[in-house]
Ligand binder design. Structure first.
Ligand SMILES: NC(=O)c1ccc[n+]([C@@H]2O[C@H](COP(=O)([O-])OP(=O)(O)OC[C@H]3O[C@@H](n4cnc5c(N)ncnc54)[C@H](O)[C@@H]3O)[C@@H](O)[C@H]2O)c1
Length: 257
């Protein structure tokens, strides 16, 4: 009854799965009975994730690669079909910062940021959608950022790419509803390696991270598990009337801005 797992027997692809929010999402989904195709770049970290998931009785496979490569995205969907016979959802967490002021930023870094943050989501959905359409309650979650709404110093590529994802999420929800639900999430400062990298664009990085937590209404950084809980809600039956929406999860940062 109360112990029923929310994702029993469902198959998900999770990108950025060996670190931060992707890792927390993978562990939570596994606890809820999901079968997982994990995407990341580091084979050792990926294999460790698979062992952790197997240790709690879950099923996962790690496919190493670069999400910006078109064919790699095809391989992720093929792995879902080969190992688990189906695909019920995708959670996109992989992302990069591409830091630099407009006058300093190399066009190649601008393009790479869009390739990883935006092109990769298009590529994977292109392969995933035909499989998701075969499933009764498919759901997609795209991790954007409050940077889609708010500027940060030296983050022009990042903010622009994350804003593009908001539009892409809505477009996908409209094109593939009612069969596939698509929602985006917009985290504020979350305690992962990413926020420390982001803070390097500020004059005093350590202070920037400290202030990022203090300046939320809830006076702390988010934890990866806070975001994993939202992802679970958005792929589970608990959110079955929610699609085409963007969910801010930021401890109140945007409310204060
Ligand atoms: N941490 C924050 O404060 C914050 C706030 C808002 C949004 N986000 C977004 O959350 C997402 C997850 O980041 P996180 O905070 O968990 O940080 P993280 O650094 O722990 O995770 C980022 C993941 O993306 C993967 N990745 C990056 N480039 C890749 C590529 N080319 N191919 C494959 N994988 C690649 C990394 O390997 C890593 O696993 C990102 O999309 C980020 O933009 C983070």
């Amino acid at each position: 009854m109360g112990t029923e797992k929310k994702l029993q027997g469902k198959t998900f692809i999770i990108t950025g799965a060996s670190s931060g929010m992707g890792k927390a999402t993978a562990l939570l989904f596994a606890k809820e009975g999901a079968e997982l195709v994990l995407s990341g770049r580091n084979l050792d970290r990926g294999n460790k994730m698979v062992s952790e998931i197997e240790a709690i009785g879950g099923k996962a496979i790690f496919i190493p690669g670069d999400v910006a490569e078109f064919k790699y995205n095809q391989a992720l969907v093929e792995a879902a079909l080969q190992y688990f016979g189906k695909l019920d959802g995708v959670v996109f967490h992989a992302g990069m910062l591409g830091l630099g002021a407009i006058t300093e930023l190399e066009p190649s870094l601008w393009r790479k940021t869009f390739a990883v943050n935006v092109d990769a989501v298009f590529f994977l959905l292109k392969f995933a959608i035909p499989e998701l359409l075969k499933r009764p309650s498919a759901s997609v979650v795209i991790n954007t950022s409050i940077a889609a709404y708010k500027s940060f110093p030296n983050h022009p590529a990042y903010c622009s790419s994350k804003a593009a994802l908001l539009a892409f999420s809505k477009q996908s929800a409209v094109e593939y509803g009612p069969s596939i639900r698509v929602n985006s999430i917009c985290p504020g400062p979350v305690d992962t390696p990413f926020i420390h990298a982001s803070a390097s664009a500020f004059p005093d990085p350590a202070k920037a991270v400290e202030n990022a937590g203090k300046n939320t209404l809830l006076q702390r950084l988010g934890q990866p598990e806070d975001v994993a809980n939202l992802c679970l809600f958005l792929v589970s039956a608990d959110s079955s009337w929610i699609t085409g929406s963007a969910f801010t999860i930021d401890g109140g940062v945007l409310a204060k801005s």
